[in-house]
Design a protein around this ligand. Structure first.
Ligand code: ADP
Length: 184
């Protein structure tokens, strides 16, 4: 199964992805985590994207798509995976579908977590991960970018008939149950 976990920053994609990993025995792939790993290890890619991540802006589509295509081509993803933080633009979604189609594969489901903006801001500012992009101004920018660039991805997956929306406010357990009920 190839699953896209969709939603704004702070919606709880990472938390739910961990639970889904266990239940479905497929791996999470978080583009944010991949980029932060590269930044930490000061790789060529890390050096290239550091200022973009720190500012809260999006990494260019062609860079992100290449990273994801490289990652999912590895053996450990052959049974499927959970995409967290990708695709973030309609262009990324389309390019990725083209790649999958060439490999006789497709995204099976996209689950969107719905959380109001005030709650997102509160969650991100209180999670205290020390990320450079977790200041109130940068969170506000990330939410704006989400509205403008990322939310149209929902329309794209609606048009292909695989999108479902879940209330992302509640206990971690209840949200997990709602996601699972969409997948069975
Ligand atoms: P969050 O969901 O809290 O915003 P992520 O860890 O998913 O955090 O992403 C952090 C940053 O990594 C983004 O603000 C962006 O700069 C970069 N990034 C991650 N995924 C993508 C993507 N699919 N397209 C463009 N940039 C991305």
């Amino acid at each position: 199964m190839i699953l896209v976990l969709f939603g704004p920053p702070g919606a709880g994609k990472g938390t739910q992805a961990k639970l889904l990993e266990e239940k479905f025995a497929i791996k999470q792939l978080s583009t944010g985590d991949i980029f932060r790993g590269h930044i930490k290890n000061q790789t060529e890619l890390g050096i290239k994207v550091k200022s973009i991540l720190d500012s809260g802006n999006l990494v260019p589509d062609e860079v992100v798509v290449e990273v994801v295509v490289d990652a999912v081509s590895k053996e450990e993803y052959k049974n499927g995976y959970i995409l967290d933080g990708f695709p973030r633009t309609v262009n990324q979604a389309k390019q990725f579908d083209t790649f999958l189609a060439k490999n006789n594969s497709k995204v099976n489901a996209c689950i969107g977590l719905e959380v109001p903006n005030e709650e997102l801001m509160k969650r991100i500012l209180s999670r205290g991960q020390g990320r450079a992009d977790d200041t109130p101004e940068k969170v506000a920018l990330r939410l704006q970018i989400y509205e403008k660039e990322t939310s149209p991805v929902m329309g794209y997956y609606k048009s292909t008939g695989i999108f479902s929306s879940i209330n992302g406010v509640g206990t971690v357990d209840d949200i997990f149950k709602s996601i699972c009920s969409e997948l069975i």
